[in-house]
Write a protein of this length. Structure first.
Lengths: 474, 474
């Protein structure tokens, strides 16, 4: 996806470490044309979808094999230079920025499907493949990989951030769907974690430790994932609500009744207006729930009838159906484009995205009070979310050159995170901590838990070369 | 459950560390009657269901609170004395044996349900509660906790071994069902991991690192679990097969078709004979699949019809139904008692249990060749398993005073594990590594992965006081 213009961004805290010429020379000798120090390349790799300004690495390695990754990390270890893995560049939290300098290892050329085991519903891929490319490659088998963040992210990046998205309410997140990994660690060793067995009690769960480690514990070079059979029947529906509370209470009841809904997304009226303006969709400009049902034809019908009944109780209108694959694609493209539609609704603006997730019973308490605060603030915003999981995103649209607006948006964000933590939730459902949520992580997990994370990091990466400055300070 | 006689067991490798009198005195001063050094108590706590002989700790602390656990660990840390958590004593792998000396911390008095959140399908418990007691406590809410190893294990122990059991084919294992933990670490610090939110990307997944750590990284003092609504309809069936291959191929096809079967257990004809002799059940003495279907009445009927059709193709006989709760309880009790029925079938014998788990497509390759080897060996055995997960257990029944029998049984075990690893499986699906599978873990995970586990262990427990000598050597 093309990133919008990055003219006006916030400067992250920068603490550059030395990158010796001898190191760059050694890289160039080992990697030749796979090593670039061109400013345009470096800037591209020091940029993501966060509010932060470009912070380029000193060089970019285009890795083509696990040996390339291991050799690059070994050289970096020798010179104690930071290493940042780079996939699709779609991080929202500053993960890719070289805030302590160093190099990026771009894994986009490692984009192969290595093996599909249709009979076990597993696939092994290289980290650079994107979720759309993976699904394209396996659809002839009648299988799909459901994890679906907005962007067409790389599987490596999705593993690193423990990503989820619209299908997680039914299929889980990367936590549940990564079976095994090949990882290059801080000294360049290649470690395999997990097997293709469905379950195991064989020692520490290194796979789950690596999933969500945001590039700070290792670089993934192979990833084994669970797959799912394409459902026999799929139907998608839109339901509009005059009040956001009606939409939210419908979702809570749907989840609590155990309806196995496959997607259950809220798009508030603000977002609908922005999406309509951006994509000419002609959606009804109310609060919408976008839903999808997977199963047997009878099962899908039963689920949809149950949810329609619940929605009606809470003031929801009749479902509008998207029955053909084309209509469904249009619907989910609208959902996935909400972020970009919003950014483009206010020229030069940036979005400060929130990512709280709370237990489903607390969703209304968390969301409705935060809507009121956002409305009262006068700051333009949009609200979308994987509400079936208790996860939603405000995007506060600010002028990055206006410190007052920025401060007020961050105050809204703080109030929301505090509320979510009080309600036994988390500051980040799926985006990760990166640069932006380090204080929130501390508030959420507490000093002892973050200290435990630091202890693990220091033990596995004593020179702090793997994506340093992310998740926590050392 | 009452342990069978432990007259003739194998001696584990023992490497006792000093337990200073001053330490025991300090424990007695802090804990009074909650501290016991009586030999009977120590022997009870140095015993489990493994093949190893009793290896008692020097003292047992009956903890009643997180403060008790933290204080006991702090004293142990001060004197560098090993600490072993003790729940139901049902480990099969020697987890509870004080092979390096030290103390046991018995958490059986910490057996409370702290909070049930029916609307979020979560519960928070203390570690000493057993799975049956938990289910008894929540059934009036219309909820259940599905993880179901054979024994009435403690939730703490099940968390420590990443346990699963008969329902895992549908509901997952402890890996998928533990949401959050309170843990006392090696220096007595209390750490909270995770939240009640369904998903999170907030830093390292400490919860999953702790699940399956076998007491070597921390002692659990609170555990938050997922719950499930009691199914609207449940039906259980037995299907007998003239050949084990027919049973196994039926299972593979059932899983590959995506039938959401809730339980799918194999009991071979040997086990059926032993169970019949032990419990007077009058089961047909062929290879049996024991199955359970959960869902709506129509859904359950549809699932059962599909599986009956598959089974018939592979020579399975007509299903015999267990429709009342009493009949179902009788059926699953028979399954859970298979181990004890087997032990009692040959006076003085011990069982060497295997625990391999392979991808479902490899199940027939792994299981059938191993059955042939076991038959050829002449060693009596039983075979049961969670075959829907690709996980099964041989129990080779040996006279522990007969080194030749023991050696031949271990040779069968080695051949089976090698086969499972070649087939991309794991040496332990659910029992854990403990004392007995350290070499297998090394063969499975490889030196770099086990080194990573050791590095984490050394960082979090530098004096190696938490259940030392288990999983790997330091």
């Amino acid at each position: 996806m093309n990133a919008p213009s990055h003219a006006h961004h916030l400067r992250p805290a920068i603490d550059l470490r030395p990158v010796p010429d001898a190191f760059i020379n050694a890289l160039q000798e080992r990697f030749g044309a796979q090593c670039s120090t061109a400013m345009a390349v470096r800037e591209q790799h020091g940029t993501d979808e966060s509010i932060y300004e470009t912070t380029p690495p000193s060089a970019v390695i285009y890795a083509e094999s696990v040996q390339d990754v291991a050799d690059a990390v070994k050289l970096a270890a020798e010179y104690k230079v930071p290493v940042i893995p780079y996939g699709a560049g779609s991080s929202l939290e500053g993960h890719l920025l070289a805030v302590q300098g160093g190099i990026s290892i771009d894994v986009n050329r490692m984009d192969k499907v290595l093996s599909v085991n249709a009979e076990d519903l597993t696939v092994t891929v290289q980290p650079g493949i994107t979720r759309k490319a993976l699904n394209e490659a396996i659809k002839h088998e009648g299988l799909f990989f459901p994890i679906d963040p907005g962007a067409d992210a790389s599987i490596g990046g999705m593993t690193a951030t423990r990503a989820s998205g619209t299908n997680a309410v039914r299929y889980g997140t990367m936590r549940e769907n990564v079976l095994a990994l090949e990882v290059v660690t801080a000294n360049g060793t290649v470690v395999r974690t997990g097997t293709r067995a469905k379950k195991s009690s064989a020692g520490y769960d290194l796979t789950r430790l690596m999933v969500g480690s945001e590039g700070t514990l290792g670089l993934f070079t192979e990833i084994t994932l669970k797959l799912y059979p394409l459902p026999e029947a799929i139907s998608a529906a839109i339901c509009s609500f005059p009040t956001i509370e009606g939409a939210v209470r419908s979702v809570i009841q749907t989840i609590q009744l155990g309806v196995p809904i496959a997607r259950c997304e809220l798009i508030d009226a603000n977002s609908v207006r922005m999406v309509n303006a951006h994509s000419k969709l002609g959606l009804r400009e109310e609060h919408l729930l976008l839903m999808e049902f997977h199963g047997s034809p009878a099962g899908v019908k039963e689920q949809a009838e149950t949810v329609q009944e619940i929605a009606s109780e809470f003031g929801g209108n009749d479902f509008e159906w998207a029955t053909t694959p084309e209509e469904r694609t249009r619907l989910w493209t609208a959902r996935h484009n909400a972020y970009f539609a919003a950014i483009q609704s206010k020229p030069g603006c940036r979005a400060i995205s929130t990512d709280t997730c709370v237990p489903i019973s607390r969703l209304a308490d968390c969301l409705l009070d935060s809507v009121k605060e956002a409305d009262d603030s006068g700051i333009p915003y949009f609200l979308v979310g994987h509400v079936g999981d208790g996860n939603f995103h405000f995007g506060y649209l600010i002028d990055p050159n206006n410190p007052d607006e920025h401060q007020r948006a961050e105050a809204l964000n703080h109030a929301l995170v505090s509320r979510a933590l009080t309600l036994e939730g988390t500051c980040t459902g799926e985006h990760g901590v990166g640069l932006h949520k380090m204080d929130f992580l501390l508030a959420e997990a507490g000093v002892p838990a973050v200290d435990m994370m630091r202890t693990i990091k220091k033990a596995l990466d004593p020179d702090n070369i793997l994506n340093p400055g992310k998740i926590f300070t050392i």
